[in-house]
Design a protein around this ligand. Structure first.
Ligand SMILES: Cc1cc2nc3c(=O)[nH]c(=O)nc-3n(C[C@H](O)[C@H](O)[C@H](O)COP(=O)(O)OP(=O)(O)OC[C@H]3O[C@@H](n4cnc5c(N)ncnc54)[C@H](O)[C@@H]3O)c2cc1C
Length: 330
């Protein structure tokens, strides 16, 4: 650890001012990820600006057209919301899968959405012997995961991104210069070095969730080698919307944690529209999902074993999403 200054401004306006005026600052929310990076000397900001006292960034607002969640809302609060579990079950499942209760008590939704990418070659303690040359993320010129590539393929392992993706969430980003609203999909750049479209001094200030359609259901699951205290090897978020005759109107499957941004498996699902859902249909559609995900992620992280697991998990997940779509349509 090294010395840094911690500022705890009382309002968002003061926080934005500090971020604009003070050089080498970094926003801290719950600190559950950022402090690990600082402890491992992977980041060395001189000043941390905490959003912890900005009360307007905490809370859940419900409106006719959906929800608006403050990014400083702690995950435990979302986890214990029955309304969230009923309305956005895939997001609720993702929060329950994240780390362990003591971390979820401290961690925030905004911190999860702004989580940095991770990589086994980079995210190591400073006492770890680094015999390899510096990778892109460490300021070097190679990626040890995909050495033939020309970019960092660090994984965005944040659990809540996939569910918010399939719920078509939008984000408000605020800086001293004003506000802008972007779709969550556009917020992720696909670049492992700067995975978020966040300008200097800009802060995530609102997460907007539209009300899900009447015959739509979504579900989330993840694959990790341990049940807790482990980032996902991959996570899956699925959504299905049925038309009024019970045929598939829309189906999407989003894979997270295999690259710098989630990937949508469009090819595997292209034949589903207009079909009546059945077990055989899912099995056929997701058979090659693992392979498609590996190709889109453009990194060897998704091994053959994980590709097989992904297809099997996807099949189960679609059944769960379908059950929800049917019960929402009743
Ligand atoms: C043991 C352990 C296990 C974990 N397991 C998981 C897991 O399974 N899945 C998972 O997704 N995460 C996991 N995490 C990571 C982390 O706990 C969570 O991602 C958490 O949600 C981060 O939230 P935070 O509020 O603590 O963010 P912080 O650590 O405070 O911040 C994270 C990043 O977001 C930026 N940031 C925070 N808020 C904003 C904002 N409003 N605007 C702009 N930038 C912002 C910070 O500058 C920082 O770069 C784990 C962490 C630990 C220590």
């Amino acid at each position: 650890m090294y010395d840094f200054d911690l500022y705890e401004p009382e309002s968002l306006t003061d926080a934005l001012k500090l971020l604009e005026e003070v050089p080498d600052t970094r926003v801290v929310a719950g600190g559950t990820d950022l402090m690990v990076l600082i402890k491992d000397l992977l980041l060395r900001p001189s000043v941390l600006v905490s959003l912890g006292k900005s009360k307007d960034l905490v809370g859940i607002g419900t409106h006719d057209d959906g929800w608006c969640v403050g990014p400083m809302t702690p995950l435990w609060r979302l986890e214990r919301s029955d309304a969230l579990r009923r309305t956005y079950p895939a997001l609720h499942q993702a929060i329950l899968a994240l780390a362990v209760p003591p971390i979820r008590n401290q961690a925030t939704l905004g911190g999860n959405l702004c989580l940095d990418t991770k990589c086994i070659y980079y995210n190591q303690s400073h006492v770890w012997e680094r015999n390899l040359s510096r990778c892109f993320k460490a300021g070097g010129d190679i990626c040890h995961v995909a050495p033939a590539g020309k970019r960092c393929v660090g994984a965005l392992a944040a659990e809540t991104v996939g569910p918010l993706w399939v719920y078509d969430a939008e984000l408000t980003l605020t800086s001293g210069r004003g506000k802008r609203r972007v779709s969550l999909k556009a917020f992720y750049t696909g670049d492992g070095l700067t995975p978020h479209d966040l300008a200097k001094g800009e802060v995530l200030t609102e997460v907007h969730l539209p009300t899900p359609g009447p015959r739509c259901g979504a579900a989330y699951c993840r694959f990790a080698y341990r049940k807790a205290l482990e980032f996902s090897q991959f996570n899956l978020s699925a959504v299905i919307c049925l038309d009024d005759r019970g045929r598939i109107d829309e189906a999407n499957l989003v894979v997270g944690a295999i690259g710098p941004q989630p990937v949508e498996l469009k090819e595997s699902l292209s034949s589903l529209k207009g079909q009546y859902p059945s077990g055989a249909l899912w099995a056929k559609a997701v058979k090659k999902a693992g392979r498609e995900a590996a190709r889109l992620a453009r990194s060897p992280r998704l091994t053959l074993y994980l590709q097989e697991a992904l297809s099997a998990y996807a099949e189960r997940l679609f059944r769960e999403a379908l059950d929800r779509a049917k019960s929402n349509g009743r």
